[in-house]
Write a new protein. Structure first.
Length: 134
């Protein structure tokens, strides 16, 4: 095979990989969902004085999520854009407020955050693992 044919073949073999676009990080569920759980836990700990967030655990998980995103081909710049995006923050807030509301939480009643937080801790749920009763 000639050098030109080899180069052409190599170029064709790389086109499909380059042509495959990565989904937005919001669509990578193992990353987006974990950030959602951390956000809910943070909201609970902010409004319930008898529950605190396991912040070091959350930070460790977030570093792991960054590493996972990097391994999936996302640059640190893409990750930062996703995390800092106002539209993503609004989407996450809306999703979180819907979850809280479905579970009887009201911003007018801080104790309702405590009730949900204790339930999540007792269940050792995906949210509860980021919470600790004081």
């Amino acid at each position: 095979m000639s050098f030109v044919k080899t180069i052409a073949l190599a170029a064709l073999m790389t086109i499909p990989a380059a042509a495959e676009a990565k989904p937005p990080l919001r669509d990578v569920k193992e990353i987006d969902n974990e950030l959602y759980y951390i956000a809910i836990a943070n909201e609970i700990s902010d409004y319930c004085p008898s529950i605190s967030g396991r912040r070091m655990k959350a930070i460790g998980v977030m570093w792991g999520l960054r590493s996972k995103a990097n391994k999936l081909g996302y640059s640190d710049k893409e990750i930062r854009a996703y995390v800092d995006s106002d539209s993503e923050k609004n989407r996450m807030r809306s999703k979180g407020e819907a979850y809280l509301s479905q579970h009887g939480v009201s911003y007018d009643n801080p104790n309702s955050f405590c009730t949900l937080g204790r339930t999540e801790i007792e269940r050792n749920s995906a949210i509860g693992v980021y919470l600790r009763a004081n």
